[in-house]
Each structure stands twice: as structure tokens, then as C-alpha cells.
Design a protein around this ligand. Structure first.
Ligand code: ZN
Length: 177
């Protein structure tokens, strides 16, 4: 799902039922994230307005290190910041330097419903903050000044118009003899 889809601006609802459907959703999210490829994905980005996110920021190791966080909540943020050039699978071809806490402590639930808490640093910290923002309907471009943000919004709207035009033309082409 791409910006400016209105679902990206919605505040997602907490998960209350920890069943097979939740497992299927998390598998879906991980598969979509790895296929993109991306390092994080929130459920709202695939149109499911529930507080679930997945991440894998482990670039060093060959093997995968997937994390699934249900109902995540930041309980502590370090005053130290780190700046990272962020992108987003929902805002293609757009990057901007965003300053966020270098470390955050996050409480969340496992897929089983069990409580857990973890401290994230560096890229993991940036990523978890970016994804939790998604669950609150906030995008990384919302941190930018009005002018910069305006340019990106216009670019995305233009991209969408072009896609719709292309789709219409494709339909016409298929329909003609
Ligand atoms: Zn994103």
C-alpha cells in the first residue's frame, strides 16, 4: 500500500486475540518485508489496521533474525539521538535524514500473548520507532519541514496519477482488437 492511501494515516487497534490468524498475519508481514526487500513493516502497510510490526535489521549475519512485536509501546527513549537516512516501503524512491533516539526500551506481546520487553539500539532503534509510528498513523515525512514534505507529497500524488493513467491505457490496449 502506497502513500497517500488514507489507511496509512489511521491509528491501529491493539490486538486482543492471540490465535492462528495473528500468526498468519505475522508470516504475511515477514514474507512481504523480505520480498521487498525491507528491514521493517507494519500491518497498516498491508492494509491491516492492527498493532503488529515485524523487523529484521541484522545485515551482518547470513541467517535471518526476524522479530515480531504485537502491541509495542516505547517505555523509555535515550536522550542521545542518531540520524539515519530513512526510506519507507509505502513511500517509494523517497529518502530523508531523520533524527531519533539512539536507544529505546519497548514493551510488547509475543505471538503467544506473553509479555516481553527489549532494548533496541542503532538501526534497530530507528526501525522500531519508524514502525511504531506507522501504527499511530505517522510517517517519516511528517518529521520534515512543510516545504520538503510538500514536495514529496506532490511527487507521490503525481506518481499515483501516472499509475492510474497507465492502468487505463493498458486496459484500453487489451480491449482493442
Ligand atoms: Zn515505513
Amino acid at each position: 500500500m502506497k502513500f497517500p492511501d488514507p489507511r496509512l494515516k489511521k491509528v491501529c487497534a491493539p490486538v486482543t486475540v492471540f490465535d492462528d490468524n495473528l500468526r498468519v498475519l505475522s508470516d504475511d508481514l515477514l514474507e512481504t518485508m523480505y520480498a521487498a526487500p525491507g528491514i521493517g513493516l507494519a500491518a497498516s502497510q498491508i492494509g491491516v489496521l492492527q498493532r503488529v510490526l515485524v523487523m529484521d535489521c541484522d545485515k551482518q549475519s547470513e541467517s535471518r533474525n526476524p522479530k515480531v512485536l504485537v502491541n509495542p509501546k516505547i517505555t523509555w527513549s535515550s536522550p542521545e539521538k542518531r540520524v539515519h537516512e530513512e526510506g519507507c516501503l509505502s513511500i517509494p524512491e523517497t529518502f530523508a535524514e531523520i533524527s531519533r533516539s539512539e536507544k529505546v526500551k519497548v514493551s510488547y506481546k509475543e505471538l503467544t500473548g506473553e509479555d516481553n520487553e527489549e532494548t533496541f539500539t542503532d538501526l534497530w532503534s530507528t526501525c522500531v520507532q519508524h514502525e511504531i509510528d506507522h501504527l499511530d498513523g505517522k510517517l517519516f515525512i511528517d518529521y520534515l519541514g512543510a516545504v520538503k514534505r510538500g514536495l514529496i507529497v506532490n511527487k507521490m500524488k503525481k506518481l499515483k496519477r501516472e499509475q492510474i493513467k497507465d492502468q487505463k491505457q493498458n486496459k484500453k490496449a487489451k480491449g482493442s482488437p
